[in-house]
Design a protein around this ligand. Structure first.
Ligand code: NOJ
Length: 734
């Protein structure tokens, strides 16, 4: 439809129908099989709300979707828009986002999102609530696995890559879907690690850390954005004028659709920030929130508010127009069945190319933290494979449960059989996933009562005793992280610690493969094991890729996108921390006296720093050079380093560049901020010259007056294999 036709459509709608376009109905209102991702006890929901709704979420059966659309169009002149939480893949599931960030390779994320869009667009879905680009630094927070780690830069780069991958160049094409960036903003900055809790955050941190990924994604063309559940300094994001109006609409000029999170609009009243749901409707609409996802605020109040003159109907028209434009650009106004054509019902999604790509993505996202000559394994060795994660398939996060057509993948045991034949290696469970006290309801159902923990350990010990080496597959079950799943203890669940200790008693040649949704507290197992491979949650082809890595047919090349703490007491611990206020000089040079900023019972240093990760080869860094000692604002200078592959395997290395502005008047700023990185493939014996360009933008920061500026003076540029390395060159900005 052209602009004129869209206006005619808008004008033809009654006020009630228009308000309906601004209401998102839950999937369960149409179909019992829809996946619930929020509260489904909604006594206010009736056939009238459902008929008038403009969109719904998380329904996946093509035939049912066609019927739903058909019924809908009998009563509503505007086609229903189907949105969904397609997170890290539809049929083919890729590594979790926190794992993807460790690849330091946004091109892979873009390709994964493109494949996802291709698949989802044949299953009815034309909007995904992805990517989540919340910077997160607190390992207790349950949703940390959904973003790309602790830095603004990785969240920004991976966010943009996802937007481009989902949306392509043309939203109206058959294989693309619209991206919805979330959660705006500072959702990951919850002050005590609990999900949905308040973020207490300065304007400076908000602007320099939490907002840039969103701004970049909006610039890249993201069509939707979702305000977050949390409050920032007490103000709910769903009714935050500064954030939604002044920043998003006015400053960034976003003209796409703002959709609230599930039930979030009404919550401004629930927390005492408004007197009733009518007031919340007015507040959020005036902030530019277009769609009310599954709450009664808009649908049951806007009509009256317009009639009473409390809300200008023009605001409703603007919001409806944004929704209609989205539907139009997706092509469903012209063809309501575009994404649910009959010919898609038996669509063959299999693609060897996509599968190989998924495996490679796992290897590029897995982080080798330790290797005392243990890996790769030799298939001739006598190896015991033990651990609860060795015998299950579906090595993916809980979001995958939303999409019933996911390809669940195989277990490590099956992958070993696939690679070496049925009788070569076997796997045993060895322990329960978690102690009953922390088992979630879902996990409780999943774990059988027998055999008992004692019996499992007994079997494991006897197997470990008679083997030369042991590989333990341990970690955090997918029901122990995610939405509303924060933890105060981030160590390995107790039964698995028992397993580790029992095996360690009888066999010291231990390799640990760790599955996790967050940085775990793993000091003990890191010290005691000989090799440690952090695989997060790798997705459909996880098991095959892990077995390939273990036996050297693939090389892990991930680097940590999150700092790993020594213990929970250090959390939140992250690389880009401002210098502490008291006796700060002691930080750069290490702790020198009792009055330093420190804990008395643990070092200031993490267990593994941001950016850390080993390979099956060794890389040597030499000859760091800077092209000039001074730089002006319209100039660019270059820093280069030689990286030599000294080992016996061709492999990737991620070279990282951090910058420190040495003097920032009145302010403490981070000692090092990640400004650029390059992942390069270097053949054994060869040297790659890796160059980084430095421009003025990289030197800017928010000063004491919240102005975004660069300042004349000295800068240090650190180039190395991780954030803890201290090789730097200097230059002066003039
Ligand atoms: C709540 C979550 O916070 C959000 O990420 C998700 O997209 C919506 N529910 C819809 O399921």
């Amino acid at each position: 439809m052209n602009k004129k036709q869209l206006s005619e459509l808008l004008n033809s709608l009654t006020l009630k129908q228009k308000i309906g376009q601004l209401f998102q109905s839950p999937g369960v209102a149409y179909n019992d099989d829809a996946t619930a991702t929020g509260v489904t006890y909604l006594p206010w929901l009736n056939s009238d709300t459902v008929e008038n709704a403009g969109s719904t979420l998380n329904i996946f059966d093509n035939k049912k979707l066609r019927q739903i659309q058909k019924n809908h169009l009998k009563k509503n002149p505007v086609p229903l828009l189907f949105m969904a939480d397609i997170i890290n893949g539809y049929r083919l599931v890729f590594p979790s986002s926190i794992a993807q960030g460790c690849s330091f390779n946004p091109d892979l994320a873009q390709k994964a999102a493109k494949i996802t869009a291709y698949e989802a667009s044949k299953c009815g879905v034309s909007v995904t609530f992805s990517p989540m680009i919340d910077v997160a630094r607190d390992a207790r927070w349950g949703r940390i696995s959904e973003g790309y780690g602790e830095t603004a830069l990785l969240n920004k780069d991976f966010g943009v890559a996802n937007v481009k991958g989902y949306q392509g160049d043309d939203l109206s094409s058959d294989d693309t879907i619209a991206a919805c960036v979330k959660h705006f903003a500072a959702y990951g900055a919850t002050y005590d690690g609990r999900d949905y809790n308040e973020a207490q955050i300065s304007q400076n941190t908000l602007k320099s850390v939490y907002l840039p990924p969103f701004e970049a994604c909006i610039k890249a063309g993201a069509r939707l954005i979702m305000p977050s559940f949390n409050t920032i300094n007490g103000i709910p994001c769903t009714a935050n004028k500064k954030l939604l109006k002044d920043t998003l609409r006015d400053k960034w000029k976003f003209d796409g659709v703002v959709i609230s999170d599930y039930g979030a609009i009404k919550e401004t009243a629930d927390i005492g920030g408004a007197k009733d749901y009518a007031e919340t409707a007015k507040m959020s609409l005036e902030c530019g929130v277009d769609i009310d996802m599954v709450s009664e605020s808009y649908y049951f109040n806007l009509e009256k508010l317009v009639e009473n003159g409390e809300v200008d109907e023009k605001l409703i028209d603007q919001a409806v127009m944004r929704v209609l434009m989205l539907k139009n650009d997706l092509g469903i106004l012209d063809d309501p069945y575009k994404y649910i054509k009959e010919e898609f019902d038996n669509f063959d999604f299999s693609s060897e190319q996509h599968e190989d790509f998924a495996k490679d993505f796992v290897c590029q996202s897995s982080v080798l933290l330790k290797n005392e000559g243990e890996l790769p394994l030799n298939k001739k060795d006598d190896i015991a494979f033990i651990g609860p994660f060795s015998v299950i398939n579906e090595l993916m996060t809980n979001w995958s449960r939303v999409t019933p057509h996911r390809d669940k993948g195989i277990s490590i045991e099956q992958a070993l059989a696939q690679k070496f034949g049925k009788n070569k290696f076997s796997c045993i469970k060895g322990s329960k996933f978690a102690q009953p006290e922390i088992r979630s309801v879902k996990l409780e159902k999943f774990e059988n009562a027998s055999p008992s923990q004692e019996e499992l350990i007994k079997q494991a010990v006897s197997k470990a005793k008679e083997s030369k080496k042991v590989v333990l597959f341990l970690g955090e079950h997918k029901d122990l992280f995610g939405e509303a799943t924060s933890r105060s203890d981030i160590s390995l669940p107790k039964p698995q610690k028992e397993l580790f200790d029992a095996v360690y008693e009888v066999n010291k040649n231990i390799t640990v493969v760790l599955f996790a949704g967050r940085p775990l507290e793993i000091k003990d197992i890191s010290q005691k094991s000989k090799a440690l491979l952090y695989v997060w949650f790798p997705g459909t082809y996880g098991a095959e890729a892990i077995v390939d890595m273990l036996f050297g047919d693939a090389v892990p090349s991930g680097k940590l996108d999150m700092t790993l703490p020594q213990c929970i007491g250090q959390v939140p611990i992250f690389c880009e921390k401002p210098v502490p206020s008291h006796y700060s000089a002691s930080i750069e040079g290490g702790i020198k006296h009792a009055y330093s900023c420190r804990w008395i019972d643990v070092t200031n240093y993490p267990l593994y720093p941001f950016g850390y990760g080993l390979s099956y080869t060794e890389f040597e860094y030499s000859d760091i050079k800077i092209s000039a000692d001074t730089m002006t604002r319209d100039e660019k200078i270059t820093v280069s380093v030689d990286v030599t592959n000294k080992g016996g395997v061709d492999a990737y290395e991620t070279v990282q560049m951090y910058i420190r502005d040495v003097v920032t008047p009145y302010l403490s700023t981070p000692l090092k901020t990640l400004k650029a990185y390059k992942k390069v493939f270097i053949k054994q014996g060869e040297t790659a010259k890796v160059c980084f360009e430095i421009n003025e933008e990289m030197l800017k920061y928010y000063n004491i007056d919240n102005e975004y500026i660069s300042e004349n003076g000295e800068f240090k540029v650190f180039v190395g294999a991780n954030s803890a390395e201290d090789n730097f060159v200097k230059f002066t900005l003039k």
